[in-house]
Design a binder for this molecule. Structure first.
Ligand SMILES: [Mg+2]
Ligand SMILES: [Zn+2]
Length: 193
């Protein structure tokens, strides 16, 4: 079986988009977080898969389309390669939101974090042992998704929305908090890899 690092996308690999809403759908606005390319490289060198699991409820909200989500993904992969790393092995998205306005996407979906759907689906498709895998995110719901999937450890980063959920995560006490993706990857490999 394989092992994986499950990574949230926005606020973890790339910076949040719009300063107010955090929405990111224009490829030219994609910016990597510090050390992101090195982090993904390190994941691969350690023999893990890098799998992105990202809520994109903005599709249900009609803020952007799945085509725009894929355009951002393409740009993100280009930037990771340009900085000497390489692209993640797979991207999983949940475009759904219960309170959306686009009918086909406005449903409850078991893939939307904090539910574990995307991680479970990836585990099945890639033959991943979740108990030797990790989740890294900048939201408390990322930590919950990793726990719901029974990952070995979930690590919180302070990039993106990190400062918003930091207090809650610290109160919970069981999630290591790191400054960015690279620090989180380095820590998890040293302590639990
Ligand atoms: Mg995020
Ligand atoms: Zn969904």
């Amino acid at each position: 079986m394989k092992k994986a690092f499950f990574l949230d996308r926005d606020g973890v690999i790339n910076e949040e988009g719009d300063p107010v809403t955090g929405v990111l759908f224009e490829p030219e606005k994609v910016r990597l977080t510090p050390g992101a390319a090195e982090a993904v490289k390190k994941i691969h060198e350690a023999g893990f898969l890098a799998i992105v699991v990202s809520n994109q409820g903005g599709v249900a909200m009609n803020w952007y389309t799945m085509e725009e989500v894929y355009a951002v993904e393409k740009r993100l992969c280009e930037l990771l390669r340009e900085e000497g790393g390489h692209a993640p092995d797979a991207f999983y998205y949940c475009p759904h939101h219960r309170k959306g306005v686009v009918a086909e996407y406005s449903i409850y979906c078991e893939n939307r974090k904090p539910a574990a759907g995307m991680l479970l689906k990836a585990a099945k498709q890639w033959d991943i042992d979740l108990s030797s895998s990790f989740m890294i995110g900048d939201r408390f719901t990322d930590m919950q998704a990793g726990e719901n999937a029974k990952c070995a450890k979930c690590c919180f980063v302070l990039t993106g929305h990190g400062r918003t959920d930091e207090e809650k995560v610290l109160q919970e006490g069981r999630f290591p908090v790191k400054n960015n993706l690279l620090e989180a990857v380095t820590f998890l490999l040293e302590e639990f890899g």
